[in-house]
Ligand binder design. Structure first.
Ligand SMILES: [Fe+2]
Ligand SMILES: [Fe+2]
Length: 323
């Protein structure tokens, strides 16, 4: 039985619980001693764990531990650089006798994947623009199986089962509202950009069917989802007979949605729908990261530092006191 969750443990505690291995490496420290470096997870978050001073006769056993295995660990919760960490004292692989329930370990988007897919597909199928409708519905159909579980990232925002669908769905809801306010925007174009902008994350990052990503693919490392996206749109547009201009508009939205060259965009947006796409993407990523860290923070307290939010510590507003 899993008794302790990463979000709830506090520095100074001595805990025994089960964790999923997200990454594992045996390393040699500056003191020439071998140590085990683990990234551990459960459905409440992730934590780094270290087991120091590994003896030679322990190494063979530790090498049997692979990513995605479940470990039983006894550890002291410490703090390093404002982040919780585990100093591991005892560690072992689990078996059937431990009655592991995988739901304790997998982070999943809070909505049903099929319902999110139907929502997104329904919007695409209702586009007045025939070309964008055929482009989006075709790609959604072809990617459906993977969308059901794909995370939107290896870590950071939406690194969870069906996180990519959740990211698209919430952006789509915001896109519709943005078009009501900024009536110069073409809703079909903006919504097509939202649906397609990260679709090549499916080829960029690897994922098992639990939405756990071991890392980036060869093409993902070499090209990234922006360039992979442009390539995919070029190919499918030719196949479907989409006009050259429309294909280039979508390709431009793919290419510019990260906005800055240091985040992978070689050009900045050159029309309002592309500009808005970038901001909707930012809003969803930031809101996700803030919500996630605040869920792990007690009311009236500051959070740990969040790397994706410029190392800020966020404040969780305390409960209302009526006095
Ligand atoms: Fe992206
Ligand atoms: Fe995105």
């Amino acid at each position: 039985m899993k008794n302790r969750y990463i979000a709830d443990i506090r520095p100074g505690e001595d805990i025994t619980s089960f964790f999923l291995v997200k990454s594992i490496a045996l390393k040699v420290g500056s003191n020439k001693k071998t140590y085990l470096d683990l990234l551990l997870g459960d459905n409440s978050g992730e934590i780094n764990g270290k087991k120091w001073d590994i003896a030679d006769n322990e190494i063979a056993g530790l090498q049997r531990i692979k990513e995605n295995s479940i470990l039983k660990i006894r550890a002291l919760v410490t703090e390093w650089n404002g982040m919780k960490q585990l100093r591991i004292m005892r560690i072992r692989l689990t078996g059937a006798e431990d009655h592991i329930d995988m739901a304790d370990f997998i982070k999943a988007a809070p909505e049903d994947p099929q319902e999110m897919y139907d929502y997104i597909y329904g919007k695409a199928a209702a586009f007045a623009d025939e070309e964008l409708r055929s482009l989006c519905t075709t790609i959604l159909q072809r990617r459906k199986d993977q969308l059901m579980y794909y995370p939107a990232a290896q870590k950071n925002h939406h690194a969870e089962m069906a996180g990519l669908l959740y990211h698209e769905k919430r952006m789509l809801m915001m896109a519709e509202r943005a078009c009501q306010v900024y009536t110069n925007l073409n809703p079909d174009l903006l919504m097509a950009g939202v649906i397609l902008h990260d679709i090549e994350k499916i080829d960029e990052i690897e994922s098992n069917e639990l939405g756990i990503s071991p890392g980036y693919s060869f093409e993902g490392k070499m090209l990234g989802h922006l360039v992979l996206g442009v390539r995919e749109i070029e190919k499918i547009s030719n196949e479907l007979g989409i006009s050259h201009e429309k294909a280039v508009l979508i390709e431009h939205m793919m290419l510019t949605h990260h906005y800055e060259p240091e985040y992978g965009s070689p050009k900045k947006p050159l029309f309002p729908e592309a500009e808005m796409l970038h901001y909707l993407d930012m809003i969803d990523a930031k809101m996700f990261d803030m919500q996630e860290v605040l869920e792990k923070t007690e009311p009236g307290k500051f959070s740990e530092r969040v790397w994706t939010l410029d190392n800020r510590t966020l404040y969780r507003i305390g409960e209302d006191k009526d006095d």
